[in-house]
Design a protein around this ligand. Structure first.
Ligand code: HEM
Length: 130
């Protein structure tokens, strides 16, 4: 049986594994590699903090993901297929490594944040949410 997500080391493993898949992905890899040209050394600690905050409420992340992705959407349009792929890779990564309540919570939070992000970004002006 797999273990559950229990601490920051588990989050680091999860996020490292996820972005290894993302970078190689046919559908969304180019957005990170070619459009945003992500500085991974800078980006990864931000993502560990973000997910640690989402899962364990540590208060370590203070950024604004919505702004970051709105800016990205102006450089290259993000669509529903991109978000579906992101969710698929994230869910597969969690399931490949962990199981338990925190693992379930992590997938649910990822899906709900991705859904809100997609509504705001892809469908933008039709919604009052901002
Ligand atoms: C199609 C889906 C997505 C794409 C293509 C995407 C791409 C990106 C890119 C290129 C960055 C900027 C990295 C950098 O240069 O610093 C970024 C940042 C980030 N992304 Fe995403 N993303 C997606 C979905 C999501 C989702 C669903 C979440 C959360 C559940 C998320 C969370 C974040 C966070 C927290 C940051 C850091 C923002 C900051 O600088 O504080 N992303 N994303």
């Amino acid at each position: 049986m797999k273990k559950d997500i229990a601490n920051r080391d588990d989050i680091i493993l999860l996020i490292n594994t996820f972005y290894e898949k993302v970078k190689k992905d046919q559908l969304i890899g180019y957005i990170f590699n070619d459009v945003a040209k992500v500085n991974w050394e800078k980006h990864m600690p931000v993502m560990y903090d973000f997910w640690e905050n989402v899962i364990f409420f540590t208060g370590t992340y203070t950024g604004n993901p919505m702004t970051a992705h709105k800016q990205l959407h102006q450089k290259t349009p993000l669509n529903s297929e991109h978000f579906q792929e992101w969710i698929k890779l994230f869910t597969q990564t969690v399931d490949g490594l962990f199981e338990g309540d925190k693992a379930e919570l992590t997938k649910q939070r990822a899906i709900s944040i991705a859904t809100v992000m997609q509504i705001k970004i892809v469908h933008g002006h039709e919604y009052i949410l901002s």
